[in-house]
Design a protein around this ligand. Structure first.
Ligand SMILES: [Zn+2]
Length: 220
C-alpha cells in the first residue's frame, strides 16, 4: 500500500495546497498584477468584496477536509479493495495511463452535468447548492466554495471513477490538477477560454457517454 494512503493529514495537505496555490496564482495574476490591464476581460465590472473572499475561503477549507476524508476512506481503508486502483504502471501500460486522463474528464463532465442539474431542483437547492451560488461575482477562491453536502456530491466523482475504470494514483493526481486549474481560472471570471458548448449538446453527449461507460463497465 502506498505511503500516502495511510495518512489522512497528508491527503488533506495535498488537497488544500492544490487549491491554495492555484487560487493565489489566479488571484495575483487577475485581481492584483493585471487588475486594470485585463479589466476589460472580466465578465462583471465590479470586484468581489472582503466578506465574499472570506466566505469563499472558509467554505473551501471545509471542502478540503471533506475531499480528503472521502479520498482517505476510499484509498486508505479496506474500501480500496472494491476499487480498480492499480499501482504498477506495467499492468495497463503508458498508453492506457494517458488515455485514462481524458476518459476521467469525460466521465466527470457527465457526472457534473447531471449532479449539477439535480442540485438545482427546488426541493434540494437550498440544502446542497445555494452556498455555491452565493458567489454571484466569484473570485478564484470560490473553486471549493460548496456547502458540505455539495462537497460530498462533488467528491463522488472520484468514487465513481475508482469503481468503474482501472486508474493509477498519478493519473488521478493529474486529473485533479486539470480540474482545479480550469475551475480557478474559470472562476477568476476572465474570458480567456472558449465558452462551454450549449447545455443541450452537453446533455446528449452525457447520455451517450453514460451508456458507453455503463456497457464497458459490465463487459470488463
Ligand atoms: Zn448551479
Amino acid at each position: 500500500m502506498p505511503f500516502w494512503s495511510y495518512n489522512y493529514w497528508l491527503i488533506l495537505l495535498i488537497v488544500f495546497l492544490r487549491y491554495l496555490v492555484m487560487s493565489v496564482v489566479a488571484y495575483l495574476v487577475f485581481y492584483v498584477i493585471f487588475r486594470h490591464r485585463w479589466a476589460f476581460r472580466k465578465i462583471q465590472i465590479g470586484f468581489p468584496k472582503g466578506p465574499d473572499y472570506r466566505r469563499e475561503f472558509l467554505y473551501s477549507v471545509l471542502t478540503a477536509f471533506i475531499f480528503a476524508g472521502i479520498g482517505y476512506s476510499l484509498f486508505g481503508t479496506g474500501l480500496r479493495n472494491y476499487t480498480q486502483l492499480y499501482l504498477n504502471m506495467a499492468d495497463y501500460g503508458w498508453g492506457y495511463f494517458w488515455l485514462s486522463i481524458p476518459l476521467m474528464l469525460i466521465i466527470h463532465d457527465t457526472y457534473f452535468y447531471w449532479t449539477h442539474r439535480a442540485m438545482h431542483h427546488p426541493s434540494v437547492f437550498r440544502w446542497f447548492h445555494k452556498v455555491h451560488h452565493l458567489s454571484t461575482n466569484p473570485a478564484p477562491w470560490a473553486s471549493f466554495a460548496f456547502h458540505p453536502l455539495e462537497a460530498i456530491v462533488e467528491a463522488g466523482i472520484i468514487v465513481v471513477i475508482a469503481l468503474i475504470m482501472p486508474v493509477h494514483p498519478l493519473a488521478i493526481g493529474l486529473f485533479l490538477l486539470i480540474m482545479i486549474l480550469t475551475n480557478v481560472f474559470h472562476l477568476a471570471e476572465n474570458q480567456l477560454v472558449c465558452k462551454p458548448s450549449s447545455s443541450l449538446v452537453r446533455a446528449n453527449l452525457s447520455i451517450c457517454f453514460l451508456i458507453l461507460f455503463s456497457t464497458a463497465s459490465f463487459l470488463f
